[in-house]
Design a protein around this ligand. Structure first.
Ligand SMILES: *[C@@H]1O[C@H](CO)[C@@H](O)[C@H](O)[C@H]1NC(C)=O
Ligand SMILES: *[C@@H]1O[C@H](CO)[C@@H](O)[C@H](O)[C@H]1NC(C)=O
Length: 310
């Protein structure tokens, strides 16, 4: 190995023997070397950020400086040929020769930015440094879905989600303005309830709703930079009256039997055949009979139950 090869090799950078270090000292100052005060800046959307790239050492008077934006497989120039490029023209500038300042970042700016410096007069003619920029975005008001009415004892799922926030939002639910724990079992105050709240997905699942679960619900999406709330919605819990349902079914059965009997009797007595030409008494005996039965029942209650049965 020649002295140059030793000094240019990666092993020198990673720490090597004292003898190598001694040999290389004269060469070290000839290499262009970059550093950064912050390789992972985090900034909120619409704020200013400095992507720090500092030339620690060089012997070249006018090193060539370039900045590239790297997002997945996409590589674009941000600073090239001594000029800011693309959509950065209006909102970025170079600071202290090598650092890049973005004056108004957007969420689209989240990417890796590479500062590349070429110094032809140096022994090691180039160096580069990568800066990982993260742009944080406040959550927007989440979309919440709360079932309007659920019968006692049934399961119910409440949804809450928003897609703008970065980092991704976590979710909390409130019942009559009181925050809910992630598990109803964890707090004796909620011992009459049975729910699990998933803060990551925003779903609140009741295994079996109780009367006490009725009320107003809303959800809040939160991340490192902000929070947003959805409109409060009412969830109603109603009794499922088994006796009422059976009663309702019986009434329907009785009505059907009576209609059938009515038709049979009419048929046997010859009403059907004889009066067919007139087309009159065929309708009259059966139908009003059935209608009367339904109307004598407590109307609202009956409809409710029968629709549920169906
Ligand atoms: C930053 O950019 C956004 C849109 O990209 C714009 O609405 C806002 O006014 C800008 N803010 C400043 C301070 O220039
Ligand atoms: C739970 O239900 C019982 C009986 O219905 C009631 O007496 C009690 O106050 C309820 N507890 C809570 C914490 O709501």
């Amino acid at each position: 190995l020649t002295r140059e090869q030793v000094c240019n090799s990666r092993s020198y950078e990673l720490g090597c023997s004292y003898s190598r270090l001694f040999i290389c000292i004269g060469y070290r100052i000839l290499a262009v070397e970059l550093t950064s005060s912050n390789k992972k800046p985090v900034v909120q959307e619409f704020q200013r950020v400095e992507l720090s790239c500092i030339i620690k050492s060089t012997t070249t008077a006018n090193p060539r400086i370039e900045w590239k934006k790297i997002k997945g497989d996409d590589k674009t120039y941000v600073f090239f040929d001594n000029k800011i490029q693309g959509d950065f023209v209006t909102r970025a500038e170079i600071l202290s020769r090598t650092s890049l300042v973005i004056k108004n970042v957007t969420r689209m700016d989240t990417a890796t930015y590479r500062c590349e410096v070429a110094a032809p007069d140096d022994e090691n003619i180039a160096d580069e440094i990568s800066i990982q920029l993260t742009v944080q975005v406040k959550p927007v008001a989440p979309r919440c879905r709360v079932p309007k009415a659920v019968p006692v004892g049934k399961t119910a799922t409440l949804h809450c989600h928003e897609n703008e926030g970065y980092p991704e939002s976590t979710y909390s639910w409130y019942h009559n303005s009181e925050p809910l724990p992630t598990d109803s079992k964890s707090n004796p105050k909620f011992r009459n309830s049975s729910f699990i709240l998933n803060p990551g997905t925003g779903t609140l699942v009741f295994a079996a709703v109780q009367k006490g679960d009725a009320g107003r619900y809303y959800c809040i999406a939160t991340n490192d930079v902000g929070s947003a709330k959805c409109e409060e919605q009412e969830m109603e819990i109603y009794d499922l009256n088994i006796g009422g349902i059976i009663g309702g079914v019986l009434v329907v059965v009785v009505v059907l039997v009576l209609i059938t009997l009515g038709i049979c009797c009419a048929y046997r007595r010859g009403y059907f055949v004889n009066n067919k030409q007139t087309g009159k008494s065929y309708k009259t005996p059966a139908k009003p009979d059935g209608v009367n039965y339904i109307q004598t029942d407590d109307e609202g209650d009956f409809r409710h139950k029968s629709s549920f049965v169906i």
